[in-house]
Design a protein around this ligand. Structure first.
Ligand code: BGC
Length: 244
């Protein structure tokens, strides 16, 4: 069994587990350490180092990170500390953990897990994975191949960043009913579907386990379904990302 350590770096927690990459399943318990206040590069790196040492692991590590990551370098900082921009996250995390860490965008790696083991398995054509969490992440696959670093959570809706209207964090902060939230999501997905024409939309992120609450109110041109790996997609996908 080939196992790789997968790490999901998020705004509130940094989570990791060993992943059986042939099955797409966690091979150990998941360990979660709260994201350090402010999520500055050095603090996040130190926390990742702590997490890796809890697994007594040495080897290849995959990580998902909530920003555009181009060849290891962070390019955006919507929900993380601004000083991340320009940092080589692969180098920082590798140094802090004494492992080789390969980092991809969090939505891209979660999408990879869904396309390989979950709701998008064997799906041809254009698949759009939208993750609804603190922000809105997107991943586009064409015949199963990832087009990395799409940032469809930042299109403008009513003069605002879409993720400031339709993320799960906004739903919680505003205490929106599912029906009201679904209306915001509908408006967002309508805007997306006027720009790109996916064959299938997969809704991921922490909210996906409650998709039965809001998906019945959402009507898209493309078929729309919930993700299947739920909160494991980030970790499983991170491990997969490191090996592909
Ligand atoms: C970031 C994306 C990320 C998404 C989900 C957005 O604010 O710009 O890179 O994928 O949040 O975490």
């Amino acid at each position: 069994m080939e196992t790789i350590l997968g790490i999901d770096i998020g705004g509130s927690g940094i989570k990791g587990a060993m992943v059986d990459i042939a099955k797409g399943e966690l091979a150990t318990e998941r360990i979660r350490i709260p994201t350090p206040e402010g999520a500055r590069p050095a603090d996040v790196a130190e926390t990742v180092g702590q997490l890796v040492s809890r697994f007594q692991y040495q080897g290849l590590v995959g990580a998902g990170f909530p920003a555009v990551v181009l060849h290891g370098v962070v390019k955006t900082a919507a929900n993380i500390h601004a000083s991340w921009i320009g940092q080589n996250v692969d180098r920082l995390l590798s140094k802090a953990s004494a492992c080789t860490v390969l980092t991809g965008n969090d939505a891209d790696v979660a999408g990879l897990a869904e396309m390989t083991f979950g709701a998008g398995r064997d799906q041809k054509g254009v698949v759009l994975v939208v993750t609804l969490g603190t922000g809105i992440g997107s991943a586009i696959f064409v015949d199963g191949k990832l087009v990395p670093n799409t940032e469809l959570g930042h299109i403008q809706i009513r003069g605002k960043d879409a993720e400031q209207r339709a993320s799960d964090a906004v739903r919680q902060a505003k205490n929106l009913t599912w029906e009201k939230y679904a209306r915001r999501l509908q408006e967002y997905l309508d805007a997306i579907e006027s720009l790109i024409w996916p064959d299938l939309i997969i809704i991921g992120g922490g909210i996906s386990k409650q998709s039965y609450e809001f998906l019945p109110f959402v009507n898209t041109k493309a078929k729309i379904i919930p993700a299947q790996l739920l909160n494991q997609a980030g970790i499983v996908g991170a491990a997969l990302y490191a090996t592909t």
